[in-house]
Ligand binder design. Structure first.
Ligand code: F6P
Length: 449
């Protein structure tokens, strides 16, 4: 497979963008940012539909490269709203996204690589979570693609970035749901268990639980399994609330927490609700009278589901989206490829994929979360100090993970120092401001799909 074209020798650079994996709020805002920043440089932008699937469609001759063109002049909304720039407010992805398919099948991979070749891109910007970024990196290595990764996921579990796109909005969505559920829980004196997404990570449950006033937050990092001792503690917490005349309770449960048998369950919230009732009855009947106050207290479960992926992006996610998109274009302009843009200490930055991908692979192989909540996470301390029950033990070896991260960070610092001067020089040389009109060809994309 021939290597990608070189940006420096191309009269009109062509860059592609795709969204891969589960959707999340803010994807369109990144696409908008990339289109605007790249168009100003005089580049052509191609939006690949349905992740790498669009490249297969192209390779099979079911659409043309030009069908993928994205232009900087918004949607054709009639009347006085014409020209309104709504992409940054829209959830989902105008390009579509896929979290299925198997590019590890050599025949499928071959089609994707040939589709990419046919599109003739100088560089690709791909938005994905840990799984998608790993897959795209493998393809990029095979096809010698120049690419930039943008981390996105409501799970916030992409290594080496404090924030992934979409997480902030999801925290808001769950927080709002908890607010709403508080009133019905209080009105019926119920315990409500709220099952929250996050895969194997507890960031979403932890942060929304604190913001939404939960009494108990169960996350895989701190309470990996619903053991008898966790159930004892949860019941104890509710007894404590009852003694303070609280008639209801809110429990936030991350979907990654396993059942008593150590297995994952799709509706683990339902199981927990039933277990709390049985467990408190048992405790009461086996000589623990304090738990008898829980008898007759109804426990119900709500699974929030995909609504967590679909609200209007928060202002913070829109800001991150703008910064991530701009940074990705800037890195391409400086020909600094194979990087992932990251959010660190309140600003956008980047890290070489050679640091990110091995971490992801290593954790996938060990069936570990790619960026778990650490015991030292300030939100864990905050929850505990507020009297929220968050469990007490961790079954993963946090020290080992931290050691590895520190080692990789140190290697990176040296590498970054060397790269910085080169980057600045290249940035100075690349400045192609060019104003164009804004048009995204929806019809063409529709045909391509
Ligand atoms: O990774 C994002 C996520 O929303 C997880 O929190 C959740 O477990 C999963 O995707 C759901 O995926 P699907 O939409 O394929 O069921």
């Amino acid at each position: 497979m021939a290597s990608s074209r070189s940006l420096s020798t191309t009269p009109t650079p062509k860059i592609g963008i795709l969204t891969s994996g589960g959707d999340c709020p803010g994807l369109n805002a990144v696409i908008r940012s990339v289109v605007k920043c790249a168009t100003q440089r005089g580049w052509e932008i191609y939006g690949i539909p349905y992740g790498t699937q669009g490249l297969i469609t192209l390779e099979q001759g079911n659409c043309h490269s030009q069908d993928f063109r994205l232009y900087d002049h918004g949607f054709d909304i009639p009347g006085l709203l014409h020209g309104m720039d709504i992409l940054q407010f829209l959830s989902g992805s105008i390009l579509g996204s896929l979290n299925k398919g198997n590019p590890s099948d050599p025949l499928i991979a071959q089609e994707i690589l040939e589709g990419y070749q046919k599109l003739g891109l100088d560089a690709l910007i791909a938005l994905g979570g840990d799984g998608s970024l790993d897959i795209i990196n493998d393809l990029a290595e095979q096809g010698h693609w120049n690419w930039i990764a943008i981390p996105k996921t409501i799970d916030n579990d992409v290594p080496l970035t404090e924030r992934a796109l979409g997480f902030d909005t999801a925290v808001d969505t769950v927080t709002r749901a908890l607010y709403d559920l508080t009133f019905t829980a209080a009105s019926h004196s119920r315990i409500i268990v709220v099952q929250v997404m996050g895969r194997d990570a507890g960031h979403l449950a932890l942060q929304s639980g604190i913001a939404g006033g939960a009494d108990v937050i169960l996350i895989p990092e701190l309470t990996p399994q619903l053991t008898d001792s966790v159930l004892d503690d949860v019941c104890q917490q509710i007894v404590k609330l009852r003694h303070n005349d609280r008639q209801f309770a809110l429990i936030v449960l991350a979907e990654g927490v396993r059942n008593q048998a150590g297995k994952k369950e799709k509706y683990i919230g339902d199981s927990l609700a039933k277990q709390i009732q049985h467990h408190s009855d048992r405790l009461c009947q086996t000589g623990n009278p304090e738990f008898c106050v829980l008898q007759g207290l109804e426990t119900r479960a709500t699974t929030l589901g995909h609504i967590q992926r679909s609200s209007m992006p928060s202002s913070f996610d829109r800001l991150i989206a703008a910064a991530f998109g701009r940074k990705a274009v800037e890195l391409i302009a400086a020909q600094q490829y194979q990087q992932m843009v990251i959010w660190s200490q309140g600003q956008v930055d980047s890290r070489p994929l050679s640091m990110v991908i091995p971490l992801i692979k290593q954790r996938h192989q060990a069936h570990q979360c790619t960026r778990p909540v650490e015991l030292s996470d300030p939100w864990v301390t905050t929850a505990r100090d507020l009297g929220i029950y968050v469990g007490s033990s961790a079954e993963w070896d946090q020290d080992q993970d931290q050691e590895l991260d520190t080692k990789l960070e140190q290697e990176l610092d040296t590498e970054l120092d060397q790269e910085l001067d080169t980057e600045l020089e290249q940035e100075k040389a690349t400045d192609l401001p060019q104003k164009t009109s804004f048009a995204f060809s929806q019809a063409a994309l529709g045909e391509a799909l």
